[in-house]
Design a protein around this ligand. Structure first.
Ligand code: NPG
Length: 369
């Protein structure tokens, strides 16, 4: 596509309930959206998944907006005519800033596929018309509150429960939820790097609860301790924050640090790298699932399309819109028998509701040409 201009949109969306993890408590999303305008009047949208503060990764929304304004959008505008598959190389003079780059690449991909009349699912190689959905459950104020929230999600039909854990909130919540769900239900935990090597013996207790996996117990850079844990426990070790590219994924698998991977397009620089990680994992019989970053329908649509690929054999954090938002920025994603349908329309297949964009805006639109 020929890039005419890039717009940065910033909106605030309250969460229907606080979302607590080992790195903090969130009550709203500060969302940065990128809109690419093509010379022939087309458009494409991309959602930046960076959080308001650099507590999950080093990226944060205001930083992403600035690196797009100052470096990434000018480079894309200078390149003028690009395919989505060119964007990573146009932007690779900037080190890191993967979530910012992913938003731009996705906007170009959306514009390109809309113009070509093909869906993200077709472009990525999705093989299923709908995907099994899991749900991520935050750290709760009490065990009773946790069990209430989990019961609601079971009622809603979610096919997998993921519990956030941290030292002091792990074995008991897992034991109580396992008792509530029964022995066969799909259950996993996510530590978001909250543990250290000293906790390996403690984490061994998780083997009593038939978990699908334990996600990212240690810090992003510490592959060796994930290897030590994988040797010490039966529960599969899954990486999230550590996996920033296909090269890192292949290395972590080769070192037996992980045997299942959470793929988040924003974390790895975009959906094209996400598909490359999927393909590498498929070749190595490593199952993958689609992670989430509380996306609006813009990012959610792309995640659901990605989750349609053959190697996504575990339910992802691809929840319905109402898991996080009273109202979505696009058409709502509604769970049907614990599944979401892969959008079939051109591009992402969803439409940004411009009246809500205007209503929820927290900053003036930035037009970059
Ligand atoms: O369902 C979702 O979109 C959220 C799933 C989830 O738990 N995301 C976590 C994570 O660590 O994977 C997260 C949330 C917010 C910010 C960073 C990470």
């Amino acid at each position: 596509v020929e890039i005419g201009a890039v717009e940065l949109h910033r909106i605030g969306m309250p969460l229907v309930r606080p979302f607590e993890t080992s790195f903090g408590r969130q009550t709203e999303r500060d969302v940065l959206l990128v809109r690419v305008l093509t010379a022939d009047g087309g458009e494409g949208w991309g959602e930046c998944v960076a959080m308001a503060d650099p507590v999950y990764s080093s990226e944060y929304v205001q930083g992403a907006a600035e690196v797009i304004e100052r470096y990434l959008a000018p480079a894309l505008l200078r390149a003028r005519t690009v395919r989505a598959s060119d964007v990573a190389s146009v932007l690779d003079f900037v080190i890191g800033h993967r979530m910012a780059k992913a938003a731009l690449e996705t906007a170009v991909l959306d514009a390109e596929t809309r113009a070509a009349g093909i869906s993200f699912g077709e472009y990525f190689g999705a093989v299923r018309p709908e995907v099994d959905c899991g749900v991520s459950v935050g750290i709760a104020p009490s065990i009773d509150a946790l069990l209430d929230e989990v019961s609601g999600y079971v009622e809603a039909g979610y096919r997998r429960i993921k519990l956030k854990i941290k030292p002091g909130w792990d074995i008991e919540p897992v034991a109580e939820v396992r008792a509530l769900l029964g022995p066969g239900a799909l259950l996993q935990v996510d530590a978001n790097t909250a543990y250290t090597a000293e906790h390996i013996d403690h984490l061994r207790q998780l083997d009593d609860y038939r978990l699908l996996l334990i996600e990212q117990p240690f810090i992003e850079e510490d592959i060796a301790t994930h290897v030590a844990l994988a040797r010490a426990i039966d529960t599969r070790v899954c990486l999230d924050e550590s996996i920033t590219s296909v090269g890192v994924a292949v290395d972590a698998i080769a070192r037996d640090a992980t045997s299942v991977i959470n793929i988040k397009a924003g974390r790895v620089g975009g959906y094209l790298e996400a598909v490359r990680i999927h393909d590498a994992c498929l070749d190595r019989d490593v199952p993958v699932w689609c992670g989430g970053m509380l996306e609006t329908g813009v990012g959610r649509a792309a995640n659901v399309a990605l989750a349609g690929l053959p190697g996504f054999t575990l339910p992802g954090d691809t929840s319905a819109s109402d898991r996080y938002f009273a109202e979505d920025l696009t058409e709502s994603f509604v769970l049907v028998e614990g599944r979401l349908a892969v959008p079939t329309g051109p591009g992402s297949g969803v439409t940004v509701r411009t009246e809500l964009l205007a209503e929820w805006r927290t900053r003036p639109v930035e037009l970059l040409t």
